[in-house]
Ligand binder design. Sequence first.
Ligand SMILES: *Cc1c(COP(=O)(O)O)cnc(C)c1O
Length: 232
Amino acid sequence: MHKIDDQLAKVTARIHQAANAAGRNPQTVQLIAVSKTQPAQALAEAYAWGQRAFGENYLQEALDKQIALQALPGIEWHFIGPIQSNKTRPIAEHFAWVHSVDRLKIAQRLNDQRPAELPPLNICVQVNIDDETTKSGVSLAQLPALVAAIGQLPRLKLRGLMAIPAATNDPTQQRAAFAKLRSARDDLNAQGYQLDCLSMGMSGDLDAAIAEGATFVRVGTDIFGARSSAKQ
Ligand SMILES: *Cc1c(COP(=O)(O)O)cnc(C)c1O
């Protein structure tokens, strides 16, 4: 077996195990292969194994890989990195999902720039769950207003919430952070929203995220290996 195949099989087994342990159907947890800094060839290998959803953080790099891999049917592109407002148009044109919307201006631009022939762009709102000053994401306090405003934008389909909690190896702390995101989602749904997605969990904490209800886990290192330190 090739290395990437092997790693994908291991991550998938971990997802199944975590879902089963939580009494959840493993089919309700989707794996996004986070392929930032990886060459198109690595994504092609993952695709050959059966992986379809890929997460990218850097726009130009992602667009180059999309061109290289455009012949692959059913490949699905998720934008998961910070978004500058002058970069929204290609994101609106070339991705199926955006997980990192954290302010209204970006949402409005994605809405206005989503091509008419494409279905509405799937959106997760990124929440700064641990209130870290260095991290992107809307605060929990400002989340309801942002969600209400995004709900008015017809070319966006608001699907759920995303977070990157403060790094910790302690499973109890990991679960506590993910539980906060889940409960924010549940509060919104109690108000009438229908948010079916929780994008949370990476290589180091996907098990805890699944225990708390993750529907997307975003995994890079455990599939493709360590990234070069220049671009994390
Ligand atoms: C890089 C990245 C990941 C993947 O992290 P790993 O620890 O390599 O699995 C997930 N989500 C986001 C938003 C990222 O930037």
